[in-house]
Design a protein around this ligand. Structure first.
Ligand SMILES: [Zn+2]
Length: 689
């Protein structure tokens, strides 16, 4: 034991030397200090809505990692095969060592300090997280000197390439490293013998049509990765139970041993992938086991392990509905790992007695007896209906040490097993995991959309609510009889009201701002999640129910396993919606504002047409707010409503209705489907004649 400790200390000393590499200017590509909030640099490949012509790099990993529980550290070796499919010659590679965010001296800690949160700033060894090379990485067999340009932050690493990497060529980079999570949980953690390795390996940064995208890991923004395959062998104490991205192709993840009464036997889907390469020889110490996972078409690999997990599993069977350019499995293995060691786990969390009891209760009641499995199945069914078939052979949901949840390909680390959280995080397996946007530049694409689809799943969208009100043909939809509807609308109204306040006060920021440039983490959340959600609500209202649904399915079908950006999404919405939507994405993504329109000068005329009377209602609709929207305007008669959509591109326009009955009121947004905080249910009582 002492010997082993001494060995670890030696590695620490070497790694420190490696990290105090020659000082570099602390500026990353695409992150100039004075970079505009919205990048305007021309892309190397023209941004178009088509997938054709937009190349994408490829990154395949092979890793063997051995966990030493006593010190909470993995010792790993791995290789990355990186294919340059871009039209440019690359002279460097950028990789991330993201566990280094969760320690003193990191940019993450600096952000927490600035915003008044205490997490990792004062942690000491062995409580903070780290990820360190134990020897210099080798590129095609030659060692390279790594650089940490953001030092003392060491989440971003530059690897100069001795030989430039030409278009179409590949390099193999070999890494050897150690890593451990922090004892303070935040998206990753270790506690006792339990480990959540959400970040843990040298992860290559994305090179896309705007160039290299290395990013220090800070609280705002999480992921952007290159697609590829992972072949990961985890060497763990034999009584560990492990859940991971990928299917276990050999070795025992431990599910059968800790299976809860009533659970189906684990279906490991070990044969899910064809042509799995022969395993490399792995040294397995006495009392340990090696579990090998394979995952394809993913851009991240995460895993959680604990001897205290309890297992429940089932199969999700579906009929693949579309033709895809990747394999679809008709049966998806669903694994749920929750904590049978909750009592131990909760007691370590220094909670009050009542909170500790709640922690233990929740840990079991929310998860066990098939409950978490049910939520996962429900979420899968919902998301397949929304976007399209689930394209992986497996989904694993683990109860992590931290609260709340984080998404990974084929793996959710969730603190709770509520339907809402499951729908949100599994939704991310689609938006971020399969439709892979850059969360540092466009978090609204995945956070906003996953928040909105969560709202849709619950039936809580303003657009769905408006459809219900329209069906009811109520004379006064602003005061619906249904109290549940009233309560829900009050909640949605207060959210858009809050957003309008931030716009009025000048504190709102465009949702397309770079994540690390938001004023604060709270401002980032308010924009990317809340305003992002409002944006999709508005898009839903602009496109209409059927077109919006088709848009989501086409967006998924066209862009799956690719990097997506605003242009990809806009092009799909324009094609499906058969209209230009640049104005919509410009205002919602790059500007701040509210939808605010005014109805003015109503006139009612009675005309005789072909021997019958007609009532002609005219009024002027003027845009008052910064945002445009095809505002609905409605007129009410004794028998019901006539509602039209106006032109979003006109600042002032005439609206006109021809009716066979006398109208009594003219309403702006009669069903409350828009995101306008002021226009909803605004009405003008019409002069009767
Ligand atoms: Zn999210």
């Amino acid at each position: 034991m002492r010997k082993r400790l001494a060995f670890v200390l030696l590695l620490v000393a070497r790694a420190v030397t490696a990290q105090s590499a020659p000082a570099q200017p602390a500026v990353l590509p695409n992150q100039q200090a004075l970079a505009p909030r919205i990048p305007v640099r021309a892309a190397t490949t023209r941004a178009s809505g088509d997938t054709t012509g937009y190349w994408q790099q490829r990154a395949d990993y092979q890793i063997v990692a051995t966990l030493d529980e006593r010190v909470g550290v993995i010792t790993a070796t791995g290789s990355l095969r990186y294919v340059n499919r871009s039209p440019e010659v690359l002279r460097e590679l950028w990789v991330h060592q993201y566990l280094n965010a969760f320690r003193p001296g990191s940019r993450w800690s600096a952000t927490d300090e600035r915003e008044g949160r205490l997490r990792f700033q004062e942690l000491r060894d062995p409580d903070y997280a780290y990820e360190r090379f134990t020897s210099a990485p080798r590129v095609n067999g030659r060692t390279v000197t790594v650089e940490y340009p953001l030092s003392p932050d060491s989440t971003v690493v530059r690897l100069p390439l001795a030989t430039p990497l030409a278009p179409g060529d590949s390099v193999t980079v070999e890494f050897a490293w150690t890593a451990r999570p922090s004892t303070v949980p935040r998206r990753q953690a270790r506690r006792g013998r339990s480990f959540d390795f959400s970040q843990w390996y040298p992860k290559v940064a994305v090179y896309d049509r705007d160039g290299w995208k290395p990013n220090a890991l800070v609280p705002a923004g999480e992921f952007y990765g290159e697609f590829g395959a992972f072949d990961v062998t985890l060497v763990l104490p034999a009584d560990q139970t492990v859940g991971a991205t990928g299917v276990p192709v050999s070795g025992d993840p431990g599910y059968a041993r800790v299976m809860a009464p009533g659970s189906e036997r684990p279906r490991l889907a070990a044969q899910a992938y064809r042509d799995v390469p022969a395993a490399t020889t792995v040294r397995v110490p006495t009392g340990y086991k090696a579990v090998r996972f394979i995952a394809r078409n993913v851009h991240h690999f995460a895993w959680s392990t604990s001897p205290g997990f309890r297992y429940e599993g089932t199969s999700y069977v579906h009929a693949p509905s579309q033709f895809y350019r990747f394999p679809i499995w008709d049966t998806v293995s669903v694994h749920v790992l929750y904590r049978a060691d909750a009592a131990d786990d909760c007691s370590r969390a220094s909670l009050s007695e009542s909170a500790e009891k709640r922690c233990v209760d929740e840990s079991l009641t929310q998860w066990q007896g098939g409950k978490a499995l049910d939520q996962t199945r429900k979420a899968l069914r919902w998301l397949e209906a929304l976007y399209g078939d689930y394209p992986y052979p497996q989904i694993t949901v683990v109860k992590r040490i931290d609260a709340s949840g984080t998404e990974f390909p084929m793996l959710l680390m969730n603190g709770e097993a509520t339907l809402g959280l499951t729908v949100h995080e599994l939704g991310h397996v689609y938006t971020y995991g399969i439709l892979a946007n850059n969360e540092w530049q466009s978090g609204w694409m995945d956070e906003g959309l996953s928040s909105y689809q969560e709202l849709l799943q619950a039936g809580d969208s303003r657009v769905l609510l408006a459809a219900r009100l329209e069906m009811a043909n109520d004379r006064n939809p602003s005061q619906p009889a249904d109290t549940a509807v009233r309560r829900l609308r009050a909640r949605l109204d207060s959210m858009s009201g809050e957003q309008a306040t931030t716009v009025r006060e000048g504190t709102a920021e465009p949702i397309g701002s770079r994540a690390d440039l938001f004023r604060s983490f709270a401002a980032y959340n308010a924009s990317v999640y809340d305003r992002g959600q409002s944006m999709y609500q508005a898009l839903h209202d602009v496109l209409g129910e059927e077109t919006f649904q088709r848009f989501l399915r086409e967006y998924y079908a066209m862009w799956q396993f690719r990097h997506v950006d605003r242009w990809a999404m806009q092009a799909t919405a324009e094609r499906v919606g058969e209209r230009k939507l640049g104005w919509f994405f410009d205002q919602w993504v790059q500007q701040t504002g509210v939808i605010d329109y005014a109805l003015r000068a109503p006139v009612v005329r009675k005309e005789q047409v072909a021997g019958r009377f007609q009532w002609v209602v005219t009024a002027q609709l003027a845009r008052v707010g910064q945002y445009r929207h095809p505002m609905p305007v409605g007129v009410r008669t004794a028998t019901g409503w006539t509602v039209i959509r106006t032109d979003p591109l006109k600042d002032v326009q005439l609206v006109q209705f021809r009716l066979d009955e006398a109208p009594d009121a003219l309403w702006l947004d009669p069903y409350g489907s828009t995101e306008s905080p002021t226009a909803r249910f605004y009405r003008l009582v019409l002069p009767t004649r």
